[in-house]
Design a protein around this ligand. Structure first.
Ligand code: ADP
Ligand code: MG
Length: 629
């Protein structure tokens, strides 16, 4: 078949432009990316060969070879992995298959370091060859295809590539980089070796180079016909902990996650007994750009007896730990395991439980060690919202999860969520029996909530919940250490014995204002389920509360915003008898109805609600202002 020319997908063109310019200071990563692809190709061959050993042909020793040619100014990365067919080369090397491409571009910051990390994360590694090469040639043959079904792909990286069928005896892929003029320093075995050792030491198959030695007679370096293995060539998780340095753990993490920021923590151990497996798990330092996508799978890399089986095996982790990266290598699962089998397997469930406990221990350690406090805060800031889902998902670990929660509170004086429930309980007033919280759509909204007034006055700490998942989470949190949770905006204000002294005086006030309250109820009967006096306010004239067991206004609004039907509960209007506005109010005044609506509407605004009829609110307010002068 003749040579054909094709166009890259528009995003690829954009990406190539960007990469060549923004990643230049980090150019060595091209080798890491190409080696990582070669290693993936070997993994895939091994995996497919489980059912068809013929795929090994007569070349069973999988390896990667790096060579260079000083005169021709080329570097070749060669592997005898799965290879590519013509169609695969066109689609894999001409498009970006991953979803979320747009999102990716919108995240680029122009900061080289950050963008380099993102590009790696996005998995567009192959194109990084163009950072150092003005032309890239890929020759490949897919395992099991006949020799005359090889393919040759070539591009100068400026919008088009050519594709051509060729004869190729060797299985697998050879990628030739024709270096740009300024890149000659890469043409040295010393330089290449050091890049490989820096970035690719953990690759589990051998990376070979030809040995070189100094020939004193000729006074030059000669390349010998003998191979040298540059890396450790043994899967890191199979080695014993004591022989692995932190750098090696971190570099393996980078390979695994395409994330160039060191992880916050990791754990590595071998589980023995009825179910044998090795786990190496990492907590990343930041969330990936697609963690909130519905299509984000998360999950661990699964190996069975050292053979790579699949990426993103989400069955190995509960959903609320989907940010964890790592490897599980099982001795018991069958090699031909599929996602469907994983779903049902009892062994997988045992592994998932084990992995979950391990992650929780790791988090507990981070949270408790004094010198790790900052790390835990970082963890919480990045992943807290996801982690909270665990309360609804993982009942067996609910207590451990609850202890790991962190909140903003009226004590912490910042939006940072750093107060644990243990901290809260330790600071409770002796007579206090409940853990108080308020939910709102923003930190400021929560801080300024009228419901907090009496708590501030009495110096009682209140947790401020402002994440979207919080309302939902609280439906699973009934109590902690025997102390029930109580929303400050729900039900009758019951401060228990914290409040006794004032009770008597209040009862008297209630009686005096009975007529006023009854008239207000009547005026507001379409809006408010009830109107009553309250002593929870000190500064505001009124606030809204919901009954025990009813949905809060905030949650109703969230549901409506999400396009779901929310039941229409009417709130209760509470008014503050000590406030001047209420003091002055009497059912006898002519604009009494307007006053009632005004008090209701401003209470709704104060908790972040939206008015049904804002124009009418403004009209009413103006009328009241005019008549009150
Ligand atoms: P990623 O590795 O994240 O998929 P890359 O841009 O690095 O993204 O590679 C794109 C695709 O090209 C790979 O997914 C793979 O299908 C194919 N590919 C790249 N290099 C090789 C190789 N050496 N052998 C077989 N396929 C390869
Ligand atoms: Mg890759």
């Amino acid at each position: 078949m003749a040579q054909e020319t094709m166009s890259f997908q528009a995003e690829v063109k954009q990406l190539l432009q960007l990469m060549i310019h923004s990643l230049y200071s980090n150019k060595e990563i091209f080798l890491r990316e190409l080696i990582s692809n070669a290693s993936d190709a070997a993994d895939r061959l091994r995996f497919e060969a489980i059912v068809d050993t013929g795929l090994y042909e007569d070349d069973p020793n999988l390896h990667i070879r790096i060579s260079y040619d000083k005169a021709g100014r080329t570097i070749v990365v060669h592997d005898n992995g799965i290879g590519m067919s013509r169609d695969e080369a066109i689609s894999h090397l001409g498009t970006i298959a991953r979803s979320g491409t747009k999102e990716f571009f919108s995240k680029l910051s122009g900061d080289q370091q950050k963008d380099a990390a993102l590009i790696g994360q996005f998995g567009v590694g192959f194109y990084s060859g163009f950072i150092v090469a003005e032309r890239v040639t890929v020759e490949s043959r897919r395992a099991s295809l006949p020799a005359d079904h090889g393919v040759r792909w070539e591009s100068t990286g400026d919008g088009e590539f050519s594709i051509e069928q060729i004869k190729r005896i060797q299985r697998g892929t050879s990628i030739t980089l024709y270096l740009r003029d300024s890149e000659d320093e890469l043409l040295s075995s010393h330089r290449l070796k050091s890049i490989i050792q820096k970035y690719s030491d953990h690759i589990s198959l051998p990376i070979l180079m030809k040995k070189e030695e100094w020939d004193a007679e000729k006074s030059e370096i000669v390349i010998r016909d003998e191979d040298e293995t540059i890396n450790q060539a043994c899967a890191i998780w199979t080695r014993s902990k004591s022989q692995i340095s932190d750098e090696q753990y971190i570099s393996f993490y980078e390979h695994l996650s395409h994330d160039h920021e060191a992880p916050l923590a990791w754990t590595h151990n071998r589980v023995e007994g009825r179910n044998e497996y090795i786990q190496l798990l990492y907590i990343p330092a930041h969330a990936t750009f697609d963690m909130w996508n519905r299509s984000h799978r998360g999950g661990l890399k699964l190996y069975v007896k050292r053979v790579f089986i699949m990426d993103e095996a989400e069955q190995l982790l509960p959903n609320y730990l989907r940010f964890i990266k790592g490897v599980v290598d099982s001795n018991d699962l069958p090699l031909n395991v599929s996602r469907e089998i994983l779903q049902e397997s009892h062994d997988v469930k045992t592994i998932r439980d084990g992995v979950t406990r391990r992650v929780l221990s790791m988090l507990e350690e981070l949270a408790s060690a004094a010198d790790n406090k900052q790390k835990y805060t970082k963890f919480w800031c990045e992943f807290g919202q996801v982690f909270k889902e665990g309360l609804g998902e993982d009942f067996s670990n609910r207590e451990r999860i609850t202890k790991l929660l962190r909140f903003a509170s009226t004590r912490s004086n910042s939006a940072e969520q750093s107060v644990s429930l243990d901290d809260y309980i330790a600071r409770m007033k002796p007579e206090q029996t409940k853990i108080y919280y308020v939910t709102a759509d923003s930190y400021r909204g929560a801080c300024n909530s009228p419901h907090l007034e009496v708590f501030v006055k009495k110096d009682i700490e209140v947790l401020l919940l402002t994440d979207r998942v919080d309302e939902w989470m609280m439906s699973f949190l009934r109590e902690f250490n025997g102390k029930p949770f109580a929303s400050v905006a729900r039900g009758d204000l019951d401060l228990g014995s914290l409040y006794n002294e004032e009770k008597h005086a209040q009862e008297k006030v209630c009686e005096d204002l009975k007529l006023l309250i009854d008239r207000m109820k009547d005026v507001l009967k379409e809006k408010a389920k009830d109107v009553r006096l309250t002593f929870r306010l000190t500064e505001s004239p009124s606030c809204l509360v919901v009954d025990e067991g009813e949905m809060s206004g905030y949650l109703q609004r969230l549901l409506k915003a999400a396009g779901q039907k929310a039941p229409d509960f009417h709130p209760i209007l509470e008014v503050n008898p000590e406030h001047a506005l209420i003091n002055r109010l009497s059912p006898a005044v002519t604009d009494f109805d307007d006053w009632c609506h005004f008090l209701f509407d401003q209470a709704l605004l104060a908790e972040g609600g939206a008015l049904d009829d804002p124009a009418n609110f403004i009209r009413r307010t103006n009328m009241l202002l005019i008549s009150s002068k």
